[in-house]
Write a protein that binds this ligand. Structure first.
Ligand SMILES: C[S@@+](CC[C@H](N)C(=O)[O-])C[C@H]1O[C@@H](n2cnc3c(N)ncnc32)[C@H](O)[C@@H]1O
Length: 182
C-alpha cells in the first residue's frame, strides 16, 4: 500500500520544478511499526551511528536514539523536513544524540555510519550503490524499506511481514562485505 503511495507520488515528481531537480523521491514516512522492525533487523545498539538517507521527519534516527541509545544522523534535501526533524528530536528529548543536515545524499559524507537506513526507490538505490560501497566500512549494516539494490547486490536477509494495519512490507538487510559495487 505504502509502496503504491510512494510510486504514485513519484509519477507526480517525474518532471520536478527547476529549483529542486534532485528531489526525485517524495516524502512518504515509514510507519512506526516498520521503523521498529528496521532497527531490530539491523540489531541497533547504543554503540551504533544510524544514518537515515532521506530522513523525512527524522523518525528513524529519533527512534534509534530513543529506543536503542544510538546516535542518529538524518540527511534530507528538503529544509522543511530538517526543521520538522529538529523539532521532533527536541520533543522526544534526544537532541543530544541526533543531528539533522540539509544535504543531497548523493554528495554527502556518510563514512561515519555503522548502520544506514533507506526508504527511497530502486533507481535511487542503484545510484547510491557505488557511494555506499566506496564510503562505508566493512561490517556496516544497511536496511532498506521496500526497495532492493538490484541483482548485482542481493540482500543477506529479507524480512517480509504484514503490519497491524494490513500493509505488506519487505525489508532488505545487507552486511557490507567491503566490496566496491558500481
Ligand atoms: C520516502 S521519504 C522517507 C523518509 C524517511 N526516511 C522515512 O522512512 O520515514 C524520502 C525522503 O527523501 C528525501 N530526499 C529525496 N531526494 C533526496 C536527496 N537527493 N537527498 C536527500 N534527501 C532526499 C525526501 O525529501 C524525503 O523526505
Amino acid at each position: 500500500m505504502r509502496i503504491a503511495v510512494l510510486a504514485a507520488a513519484v509519477l507526480v515528481l517525474v518532471a520536478p520544478p527547476a529549483a529542486s531537480p534532485q528531489v526525485l523521491v517524495p516524502y512518504v514516512p515509514t510507519a512506526y511499526e516498520v521503523v521498529d522492525r528496521m532497527l531490530a533487523l539491523a540489531e541497533v545498539t547504543k554503540e551504533d551511528v544510524v544514518y537515515d538517507l532521506g530522513s523525512g521527519d527524522g523518525r528513524i534516527p529519533i527512534a534509534a536514539a530513543k529506543n536503542h541509545g544510538a546516535r542518529g544522523v538524518g540527511l534530507d534535501i528538503d529544509p522543511r523536513r530538517i526543521e520538522e526533524s529538529r523539532a521532533n528530536a527536541k520533543a522526544a528529548g534526544v537532541e543530544s544524540l541526533v543531528e539533522f543536515r540539509e544535504q543531497d545524499v548523493l554528495t554527502a559524507d556518510i563514512s561515519g555510519a555503522t548502520v544506514v537506513t533507506l526508504y527511497l526507490l530502486s533507481s535511487f538505490n542503484a545510484q547510491l550503490r557505488p557511494i555506499l560501497t566506496r564510503q562505508l566500512r566493512p561490517g556496516t549494516r544497511i536496511v532498506s524499506h521496500a526497495f532492493s539494490m538490484g541483482p548485482t547486490w542481493p540482500a543477506d536477509k529479507v524480512d517480509r511481514f504484514t503490519t497491524k494495519t494490513g500493509d505488506e512490507i519487505t525489508l532488505y538487510l545487507w552486511k557490507f562485505d567491503g566490496k566496491i559495487r558500481p
